[in-house]
Design a protein around this ligand. Sequence first.
Ligand SMILES: [Zn+2]
Length: 189
Amino acid sequence: MSKVIFNYGCMGSGKTSKLLTKFNTYKRRNKNPLIIKPCLDDREGNFIGWGVTKSRITKYEEPTFYFKDLEKEIEKLEFGVLFVDEVQFLNRNDILTLCRIADEKDIDVFCYGLKTDVSGNLFEGSKHLLALADEIKEIETLCEIENCSCNAVCHIRYINGKRDYSNKSIAIEKDNITYKSVCRKHWLI
Ligand SMILES: [Zn+2]
């Protein structure tokens, strides 16, 4: 019986490195793993098709399929194990599609993503995974505020170095927008 596994963690917790490390193990054992990712993560450009997933920590990269319509596009891909990055951006139907891959095709699905947005609310994809995944694992990381040793659970967005209190949910780092992963106490301040 295959499983849907949700690995969640804050930004900077090393999710992508962990995904790539696990992917590599499956690749070396000839399990035909595949990495997919929703195309709206525009850190690497907004496009559909083949690109790469790169670890900012290890600089290691692997081919990745960027999808727009998961249910339709997944049919054309071949894989023995599925890795899904940036899973927070998926919708309910996407998560149900992943569950069917595990249940009907008997393929393990490893999902990686953020749990909560800057408002402290669950991302759409993460909410449905928390409800439906077989296993839920936290990738822990420390709060980025100086001298704090609590576990980071939330994010703060900064625009031009100032904290942004607007509730825009999408978490993309670019230009003057940066994020910090923080503990609940520092998020509430
Ligand atoms: Zn803290």
